[in-house]
Each structure stands twice: as structure tokens, then as C-alpha cells.
Design a protein around this ligand. Structure first.
Ligand code: FES
Ligand code: FE2
Length: 274
């Protein structure tokens, strides 16, 4: 694929078509993490992005080919995001493809430990004056949805980080009640860790409810052919072995054994010495 567009050094005010502002209940740390996290685009934002191929990435930002939902496969965007921490700002440039030449400037204002204001400005070249408002509103609408999805992920991730525990009590047992009354899949907590309990091909199983990558919610994924897919970055895991089946060097955390007693009551306990 050939790219001809040369990015401008700075957005031209003449191209400004609109803005989007929002207060977010997240820390600057989570916000930057999300900004640099190119890999979540086709998973968390699957209704906007079909796929992504990263060409380069680092603490400076990233550059990637992005397949846009609604466009044919041959129509990729070449996107570059550059983060400037000192200016609390990042600039996303469409270097090629649909909206070539567009620049999106995002400024962050820290309002509290877990409170930010973001101001997003959209610069799109060659939009006639009478069409600017419409184009600006379309960008703002798209960003509203992207931020809805991002905020949910960032808030949930922060909650999981805040309640993370090291080590655990292997003597704990959880009595879950009659197996035939359980709504499946069930989210349960044992030794202050969350697990999904489910019955798969007549076998009772418990597996970690949180992804080992960035603690995404595995309970949201159906089990398909013995695997779950994390909704945040698409890693897949074998729920029986815990192995990552999408190639990442990670594994589900140890899960407890599910036992059913003679009265059909389900229990969770840890294997080995208690
Ligand atoms: S949190 Fe990234 S794949 Fe699960
Ligand atoms: Fe996002």
C-alpha cells in the first residue's frame, strides 16, 4: 500500500470543524494507558474498527493501519497518534485513507485524582463552510461512542487494580447451593478472587473471571469450543487448561475445583493441601 499524504506540522485553524468535551471519572494514568493502547480498537470498539496492524509503537505513541467498519477491506486508514505528556495532549492524524489529512487534537485537564476533562478538536481539510457543522457533529457523535466504551473499560480496570490482592487463603470453601438452581454462567468469589462457574459439555468448571493481560471481564464472553475471548483486546483462553490460545505469553490464574456432593450441592475449593 502506498501513502502519498505528508502530514502537516500543525493543524490549520481553517480546517476546524468542531469539538467534543467531556468530564471523565478516570486518572491521567489510565487515560494515557488507554491512548497508547492501540490493540483495543477492533475489540472494545468493534462497531467502529474492523482490524488493526501496528507498524510502530512506543512511549511516543503509535502508527497503525486500521480497517474501518463500513468500508471495504482494501480501504484502510493509516493513523498516527503522538502523545505529548508535557503538553497533556495527543494528536491523531489520518495519514492516508478515508478522511486523509484529518487531525484530531485532544487536550486533557486534570480536575482531581480520578477526574479529567478532555477537549477534542477536529480538523478536516477541504470541507466547505456550509458543511462544517454537520461534519463536526458526525465526528463528535463518533467520539461520544468511543469515549462511552473507553470510560467503561478504564473505570472497571481501575476498580480491579484497587482491589487486587496478593496471595490467598487456600482453605476457603464456597458452598454455592443446589446445582440445578444455579443461573449460568455464575460469577462467584472465593478467597477474594472472582471466578466464572459454568457447565460445559456436562462438566462443571471454574475459571478466572479476569483476564491476565489487563484484567478484562471474561464473564462477558460465551464459551465457544472450550475457549473464551476477552472483550478488551481479544486474547483467547482455553477454560480447562487456562492456556492463552491467541499466542500471548500469559495464562489464566489458578482456578478452584468445582465439586458436587451427594445432595447435588455445588462447592468450590482449592486443590492440594489446604
Ligand atoms: S485485558 Fe487485554 S486481552 Fe484481556
Ligand atoms: Fe478507545
Amino acid at each position: 500500500m502506498k501513502y502519498t499524504f505528508q502530514p502537516a506540522e500543525a493543524a490549520n485553524a481553517v480546517n476546524h470543524v468542531g469539538s467534543y468535551r467531556r468530564r471523565l471519572p478516570v486518572s491521567i494514568e489510565r487515560m494515557y494507558e488507554n491512548t497508547l493502547d492501540w490493540a483495543h480498537l477492533p475489540h472494545l470498539h468493534e462497531s467502529s474498527f474492523a482490524e488493526i496492524r501496528c507498524l510502530d509503537s512506543g512511549a511516543w505513541g503509535w502508527r497503525a493501519e486500521v480497517g474501518n467498519v463500513g468500508f471495504s477491506n482494501s480501504l484502510y486508514s493509516l493513523i498516527e497518534l503522538k502523545l505529548d505528556r508535557q503538553a497533556r495532549r495527543w494528536i491523531t492524524r489520518n495519514l492516508a485513507g478515508p478522511n486523509e489529512g484529518a487531525e484530531i487534537w485532544t487536550h486533557v485537564f486534570v480536575k482531581g485524582e480520578n477526574m479529567l476533562d478532555v477537549v477534542v478538536d477536529f480538523y478536516v481539510p477541504d470541507v466547505p463552510p456550509e458543511a462544517k457543522e454537520k461534519v463536526g457533529l458526525a465526528f463528535a457523535k463518533a467520539y461520544e461512542q468511543l469515549y462511552d466504551e473507553d470510560v467503561a473499560m478504564m473505570v472497571e480496570r481501575q476498580q480491579q487494580i484497587d482491589r487486587r490482592v496478593e496471595g490467598f487463603d487456600r482453605s476457603e470453601i464456597l458452598v454455592m447451593g443446589p446445582a440445578n438452581e444455579l443461573a449460568l454462567p455464575a460469577l462467584v468469589t472465593l478467597s477474594r478472587r472472582d471466578f466464572v462457574v459454568n457447565q460445559i459439555a456436562d462438566e462443571w468448571l471454574a475459571y478466572a473471571a479476569r483476564c491476565p493481560h489487563q484484567m478484562g471481564p471474561l464473564i462477558e464472553s460465551p464459551v465457544v469450543e472450550g475457549e473464551v475471548r476477552c472483550p478488551w483486546h481479544g486474547f483467547t483462553f482455553n477454560v480447562r487448561t487456562g492456556d492463552c490460545t491467541s499466542g500471548a505469553a500469559c495464562q489464566l490464574t489458578e482456578s478452584p475445583i468445582v465439586a458436587v456432593d451427594d445432595n447435588g450441592v455445588l462447592m468450590l475449593r482449592w486443590a492440594g493441601p489446604q
